[in-house]
Design a protein around this ligand. Sequence first.
Ligand SMILES: *Cc1c(COP(=O)(O)O)cnc(C)c1O
Length: 226
Amino acid sequence: MSAAPELAERYAAVTAGIAEACAAAGRAPEEITLVVVTKFHPAQLIRELVELGARHVGENRHQDAAPKAAELADLPLTWHFVGQLQSNKAKAVARYADVIHSVDRASLVTALAGAERAVDVFLEVNLTDDPGRGGVAPSEVERLAEQVLATERLRLRGVMGVAPLDEDARSAFARLRAIGERVRTIAPHATDLSAGMSGDYAEAIAEGATHLRIGTAITGKRPAPH
Ligand SMILES: *Cc1c(COP(=O)(O)O)cnc(C)c1O
């Protein structure tokens, strides 16, 4: 079965948008990993995305992601976990997730230390003024990075952030980029930057994003969560 025409059109529009934003920023599109966020969508949609060329998918809930990853084990996919992660589910997520973008606290790093295989991680930074939001406070990032570096199972890739709704995305991503540069002083290999969603990926590319997490611009409207 081939992919629905609207899906193909949206996928093409986003890849063209990425190429355009890269050209404007003087960057090569090969520097960018496009993670298609498929949360709430059925496994079949992911099969269609793979036909269109997608190789990275992102999910945000373990109970949805685990069965999809099992069902699609035949596909050439890298699985990214982008949602808030409870420590008691960390080991289970690490069985199928190759990359976890939402490491934001010491207890989660401790839980992931018991993973059965190596996992790549991003430190999620809280870019809002609300300490109740997900993400480590900017002032705590180095401490968390040190803990990840001391954990054998984990490979630190860089930092991740979501632009606050009440701030210009470009300035939020510039702050994230600067935090990533601080992390690089203690972890020179942690050069990746996970930033940019459907509405702000061009701004993220302008600020050096290497991993875009794009959902609705490609998948269309999400079905209601069940
Ligand atoms: C859902 C989600 C995305 C994708 O959002 P869109 O606006 O649909 O592109 C990206 N990152 C995270 C952490 C998400 O939960």
